[in-house]
Design a binder for this molecule. Structure first.
Ligand SMILES: [Zn+2]
Ligand SMILES: [Zn+2]
Ligand SMILES: [Zn+2]
Length: 343
């Protein structure tokens, strides 16, 4: 079953009709009432958002909710034990200690080099080069060394550019050109195209100020992998890069429309991202192109709801009461942008 069967707006969708829909959505998305956080290609939702909240409910805990719960995995485990010993949930929430962001969720640039990503394994916010020199050279030799003063005296190093993965907003962590997450993913995918750095590249090249040669057995295969692979999962972020414009606008609009309901089902942002990834992989032009059989059941219900929100926009108000009639008009756009051009 394709999603199209749920949205009987256009029996045969021509480019013209796709454009009309995009015009309608674009007008709505740029209207003053539209929440600007849903306008971007990278939709960043705050941790305590009223509808898409994704943070653990323990006060000041920076971790992401686990599964379908409202606690992070650590607090969920603690709560399980506490409940067995008779603690109430309110008592548990009051006593629980907040946790800082998990290692794999930290990201951002080195505090010395704005173009290099910070090492995730430390809280020091240093790139690999600065982290190594502090940890293995400076700190062991001088136990009284002042970190702040040392950091202030360091020269920033040039970056490696953005991650080569088309949809990735991250910084590359090495001359190979991938961020840390995509580097691990690349290895897991058995390195299509065989992109590699020379052995001991750090000691032989970079630490001596020489440029590092990158080799590739099949550059096309590497590029194709970079163009296809999914973005890294990031808490609170829905990454819409690589989607066709109409589909992108449909997701932006429906994310907003869902926040306008008095009662709304739970839409987890990681589910939305999976939906987006699948649509991108299928090169879908619209939500109506998706095959609902591809999705787990809870995703299907989100897509159906999204189509419902879109139907309300695309249908003319005067025809809403007559379900038998499905001839589309562009009156929604007319009411926002002036009279529709003749069809
Ligand atoms: Zn927590
Ligand atoms: Zn640095
Ligand atoms: Zn990346």
């Amino acid at each position: 079953m394709t999603a199209n069967s749920l949205l009987p707006l256009y029996t045969e969708r021509s480019d013209r009709e796709g454009r009309d829909r995009l015009e309608i959505l674009t007008a709505l998305i740029s209207a003053p009432f539209f929440d600007p956080i849903f306008r971007g290609v990278l939709v960043r939702v705050p941790q305590d958002h009223s509808v898409y909240q994704w943070g653990c409910v323990v006060g000041a805990c920076e971790r992401v909710r686990s599964g379908g719960t409202d606690l992070c995995s650590n607090h969920l485990r603690q709560w399980g034990k506490a409940r067995e010993s008779g603690t109430t949930r309110a008592e548990f929430l009051t006593a629980a200690q907040p946790l800082s962001r998990a290692e794999f969720e930290r990201e951002g640039p080195c505090s010395i080099c704005p173009d290099r990503p910070a090492e995730p394994r430390t809280d020091l916010r240093l790139c690999r080069a600065h982290y190594s020199s502090w940890k293995y050279y400076v700190a062991p030799r001088d136990s009284g060394a002042d970190f702040e003063q040392w950091a202030a005296e360091q020269e920033p190093r040039g970056g490696y550019g953005n991650c080569k993965v088309t949809v990735c907003p991250g910084l590359a962590e090495s001359p190979l050109g991938l961020c840390s997450w995509h580097w691990h993913r690349y290895k897991r995918d058995r390195r299509p195209g065989g992109a590699a750095l020379p052995a001991s590249w750090w000691q032989r090249y970079e630490s001596q100020g020489r440029s590092v040669p990158v080799s590739c057995t099949d550059e096309n295969a590497f590029r194709t992998w970079c163009a296809r692979v999914d973005p890294a999962p990031r808490p609170g972020l829905v990454n819409l890069r690589g989607l066709r414009p109409l589909l992108r606008a449909e997701i932006q609009y429906t994310l907003f429309a869902h926040t306008q309901q008095d009662r709304h089902s739970i839409w987890r942002l990681d589910w939305i991202q999976k939906l987006v990834n699948l649509a991108r992989e299928r090169d879908a032009g619209s939500l109506t192109d998706l095959d609902l059989d591809d999705f787990p059941r809870f995703h299907t219900s989100i897509v159906k709801k999204m189509l419902h929100y879109l139907r309300l926009v695309y249908f003319t108000p005067s025809r809403r009461g007559t379900p038998g009639s499905s001839r589309p008009t562009t009156s929604a756009s007319a009411s926002l942008t002036g009279p529709a051009t003749s069809t």
